[in-house]
Design a protein around this ligand. Structure first.
Ligand code: ADP
Ligand code: ZN
Length: 621
């Protein structure tokens, strides 16, 4: 674009010159124009979709136009710190106010704010709603220096969502006190319920709604059956992500610690993170994960919100998440830089049973439980699916799509078997237990009886006398587990009590009568019809396709970046993301002009680092 055309397009100029990016992505352009012109907006965009720019560019434009500061409401201190660090690297005046600042620093920030020097100010909601802060906002507003409110992670306002924060409810005060100041709310989690809550509670009925595609094409989804989950995880990391940064989610604190310790023992650099660890240790582990290259963090869901490390190469789940929203948000933390990333999950019968029980036993109201059960069902259907995972994920968020070619099922269509008959046998065996002795039994015993195993328990209850004893000897134990899991997932069987005994539900009749057809994936230890279904033949995703010489330059650039990051006390990716360094290594620019053409190199970074980068590139042969 020529200089004059850029002058006529200030948003584009800011994108190019400040951030160094060539083009807006997807909906960014429209959102920026709408908000910069003073409109209200509700922005739904997947994690990694590029929400920050949607308020940062308008903030810069409005500040340049003399309209003052953009106040960003953000729930997390770590996030504020890194966002401000990143803006600083781009040469944008930004600051945060939170409890980590010393009195002096906080006063300096307040002075800058009141003098109209700040382009963006980040603060937590509880801070913003204090009388002192509201008074400062009043004073700015009177002088026309309050340009925009951006409410990040807006789903925190909804009790239905999974990150509800009481303080967010108070944010409607912003609109009441400052009706003339434009507001935008942004979130990555947005089922209809949550969306309606955001609109109602933040009074955004008049705001324009922007719904970006939820697709994250660079993430490859894989869901495997649990067999020996730790070993499966280790194999996955060793085969596909040696030396990569990744997140492993587990449900309990104990499992987090055990898994982290075990990975370390197996030679993988891993750190635990959960809410039961001392605050200081938590902070240290999070910091190391953000700052160092190639660490694996093993965590409960306490970890992750606001973690915008762009080069997380995999997100693994050793336990089933609560629902698809949670799964999508957690897996969305992989591959924010747009390069290939994996979302990998191992799941089994116990996961289904546990999740169901957690809902059943919670204190919540029946309506809430029903909603949770519905959400769990959708997740189970995803896990059991033999068609494209992405099609199902996107459909859940209301988006139609075709087979993606980048999920396990697309890459190697799983073999299936007709389990209709087996399901009938299992259910009638449960029925016979009840009929014979008025008792219920768990999955292990049921499978023993179906397979005709002479165990002590079988003898004790004389189950060898049942007509169902041994009628399923031709079906492997793993296959039986998959049948039971599916029956529980579909709601034809439910589990009861401490021992998870199995009971029929009313809908079991339909299966017994042969009205329900069950087509199941062939479990991994059963004979395979498709040889392609083994993991080892899957093509390894190439995160950075560089030739040997370029890879060497990339390594040197990374070493240089690590030094700069240490000096500035910033995560390496804030200096430059991997994608930018890889592009430099590939193109090998020889002049500052050529370097400026690379995505991610804005004016400030060019000035600060350009000469050094050229030197690094020149000296590497
Ligand atoms: P979100 O907050 O939606 O999860 P971010 O705002 O953190 O996503 O953006 C994700 C990544 O994409 C960041 O590294 C960001 O710099 C990059 N990015 C965003 N918009 C663009 C763009 N138009 N061109 C290039 N990179 C972009
Ligand atoms: Zn697919």
């Amino acid at each position: 674009m020529s200089a004059t055309a850029l002058d006529a397009d200030p948003a584009r100029r800011v994108l190019n010159e400040v951030f160094g990016y060539a083009d807006f992505r997807g909906e960014q352009r429209e959102i920026v124009d709408h908000v910069a012109a003073g409109g209200d907006a509700l922005v739904l965009m997947p994690t990694g979709g590029g929400k920050s720019l949607c308020y940062q560019v308008p903030a810069i434009l409005r500040h340049q136009a003399g309209q003052g500061v953009t106040v960003v409401v953000s729930p997390l201190i770590a996030l504020m710190h890194d966002q401000v660090g990143a803006l600083d690297e781009f040469g944008v005046r930004a600051a945060f106010l939170n409890s980590t600042l010393e009195g002096d620093e906080a006063r300096r920030v307040e002075r800058d704010l009141m003098a109209g020097r700040l382009v963006l100010l980040y603060a937590a909601p509880e801070r913003i709603l204090t009388p002192r802060f509201m008074a400062m906002l009043e004073s700015l507003a009177e002088r026309g220096l309050l340009g925009l409110f951006a409410i990040d992670e807006a789903h925190c306002v909804s009790q239905w969502g999974h990150d509800f924060r009481e303080e967010y409810l108070g944010l409607s005060a912003l609109h009441e006190r400052f009706p003339g100041v434009p507001r935008m709310a942004l979130t990555a989690t947005a089922d209809d319920h949550t969306r309606a809550d955001i609109v109602a509670r933040l009074q955004l009925a008049e705001a324009r709604l922007f719904v970006a595609s939820f697709d994250r094409p660079n993430i490859r989804y894989t869901i495997v059956e649990k067999d020996d989950p730790r070993r499966q995880l280790l194999r996955f990391i060793r085969d596909e992500h040696e030396g990569d940064a990744g997140i492993v989610y587990c449900q309990s604190r104990k499992k987090v610690e055990e898994t982290a310790a075990w990975l370390v023992q197996e030679g993988i650099a891993a750190l635990p993170y959960h809410a039961g660890l001392e605050a200081e240790m938590r902070r240290r582990h999070q910091d190391r994960f953000l700052r160092e290259d190639g660490l694996v963090i093993v965590a409960t869901i306490a970890f992750g919100m606001g973690i915008d490390k762009p080069d997380v190469r995999f997100v693994a789940h050793l336990d089933l998440p609560k629902n698809i929203e949670a799964y999508y948000q957690e897996t969305g933390r992989g591959g924010r830089d747009g390069l290939a990333a994996d979302a990998w999950m191992a799941y089994g019968l116990a996961d289904v049973v546990n999740q169901r029980r957690m809902i059943d036993e919670s204190e919540a109201e029946e309506e809430f439980k029903r909603l949770q059960r519905g959400k769990l069902d959708a997740l189970l259907a995803l896990a059991e699916a033999h068609d494209c995972r992405r099609v199902r994920l996107l459909a859940y968020f209301g988006e139609a799509s075709g087979p993606c070619g980048n999920c396990d099922n697309c890459l190697a269509a799983p073999a299936t078997w007709d389990a209709t008959e087996a399901a009938r046998k299992a259910l009638s065996c449960v029925y016979r237990f009840k009929q014979q002795g008025g008792r219920h039994f768990g999955a292990g015993h049921l499978i023993d009886v179906l397979r005709g195993k002479a165990t002590d328990k079988v003898a004790q209850f004389r189950h060898e006398k049942l007509s169902t004893f041994g009628i399923g000897a031709d079906v492997s134990e793993t296959q039986w587990r998959s049948v039971l899991r599916q029956l529980i997932a579909l709601g034809h069987l439910r589990t009861e009590g401490e021992f998870n005994t199995l009971e029929l539900t009313p809908s079991a009749r339909e299966v017994l009568k042969g009205e329900v057809q069950l087509l199941l994936r062939v479990p991994s230890d059963a004979p395979k019809r498709s040889a392609k279904a083994t993991r080892s033949t899957r093509p390894k995703p190439p995160p950075l396709p560089l030739d040997e010489a370029a890879a060497a330059r990339f390594a040197e650039l990374k070493a240089w970046r690590a030094e700069v990051a240490r000096e500035h006390n910033l995560p390496a990716y804030i200096v430059f993301v991997d994608a930018a360094l890889a592009e430099m290594a590939r193109q090998r620019p020889a002049t500052l002009d050529e370097l400026a053409g690379i995505s991610g190199v804005g004016a400030k970074k060019l000035e600060a680092y350009g000469a050094e980068i050229l030197r690094v590139l020149e000296s590497s042969e």
